[in-house]
Design a protein around this ligand. Structure first.
Ligand code: FEO
Length: 170
């Protein structure tokens, strides 16, 4: 593997772990507001982000590369309401999509087709994550000032079940 690709993937491990940290911060904020279902949704999301980090970590080791475990940035939130959290979540996922796309582009340039194929799963996953983030925003927008509706949605989000990633490193 070319050093620039290994470095970008190593950095992506850090970004995915930061994503998990950020969503745990969202969990904190939402728990404080009593929105336990929304909080649970992000707690599950944090578990998925850890999985993403570990997939890339394992992929690097599988290719005889090591992983630079750099410091993970401290997440912060200055949300005034649940919509601020949801929008910050979408914005973050867009940032992650751009980062995956950059590695994808570099892999193609280096003719690293193995990494390109590995990243195909992440490209699709980012599509789903952005769609989920948009869906949450649309649903809360539709509710407007309907507190009862928000309470019902909160209950629905509490039912989210963690599922391990469909991708395995072989
Ligand atoms: Fe692992 Fe939400 O991107």
């Amino acid at each position: 593997m070319k050093k620039n690709i290994a470095k970008m993937l190593s950095n992506q491990v850090n970004m995915e772990l930061f994503s998990a940290y950020l969503y745990l911060e969202f969990n904190n904020w939402l728990m404080d507001q009593g929105l336990t279902g929304f909080a649970h949704w992000y707690r599950v999301q944090a578990m998925e982000e850890r999985d993403h980090a570990m997939l890339i970590y394992d992929y690097l080791h599988h290719n005889n590369e090591t992983v630079d475990l750099a410091a993970i940035e401290q997440p912060t939130t200055d949300a005034k309401g649940v919509m601020d959290i949801l929008k910050a979540g979408l914005e973050h996922e867009e940032l992650i999509t751009n980062s995956i796309n950059d590695i994808y582009e570099a892999a193609l340039k280096e003719k690293d087709y193995r990494t390109k194929e590995f990243l195909d799963w992440f490209v699709k996953e980012q599509g789903e994550e952005e769609a989920n983030a948009h869906d949450l925003i649309d649903r809360v927008n539709l509710l407007g000032e309907d507190r009862k509706g928000l309470y019902i949605m909160n209950g629905e989000l509490a039912a989210r079940v963690y599922a391990p990633p469909s991708l395995t490193i072989t």
